[in-house]
Design a binder for this molecule. Sequence first.
Ligand code: CA
Length: 223
Amino acid sequence: MRVLIVEDDEALAEQMRQSLVDTGYSVDHAADGEDGHFLGDTEPYDAVILDLGLPVMDGASILKRWRSDGKEMPVLILTARDGWTDKVEGLDAGADDYLTKPFVMEELLARLRALIRRSVGQSSPQFSCGPVLLDTRNGRVSVDGRAIKLTAQEFKLLSYLMHHEGKVVSRTELTEHIYDQDFDRDSNTIEVFVNRIRKKLDVPIIATVRGLGYRLEWQEGQK
Ligand code: CA
């Protein structure tokens, strides 16, 4: 899952970025409204954390532009003041949730998880596919209750597929959602990751769809 942080407070942005990276997200950061708007407009994010008070272009204006351009990614706004008008303006501009500064990082992470899973129509924080269970709260993956150790990149890839069960996901899409913009991307490595995940899970839940990509699904009776 890939997240954009638009926040001009460098210390707070770095703190959020680090927490998100540590919990298995790829993260891009923009420090002003113009860069933030551009990134959200051109890159596919699974969620955006958007400060309302920003240089160059304010958060509510960015959000209104994204929404009028048809961008539907979940957006969590950060409000500096505790007045209710900012929250109402932000929510009415198209925000899905808000947090008032200062906040505890755990709450931000929990709200983000909820936004991302709701955006794909899932209400539980645990994703399952056949015997495979992925818990977004702690990053744990298990097969029939047996814990599986995945690398950070393998986890990101499996998590994206689990969030899009039953859909064909191309290598390009996977590349865009598991790497941040500074990463030297190579869609050939996706195949390597998929094969490693298959080996570690040892149950056939990731099917190759020739010429198109991969599809995560479990068919009863598969072995
Ligand atoms: Ca600010």
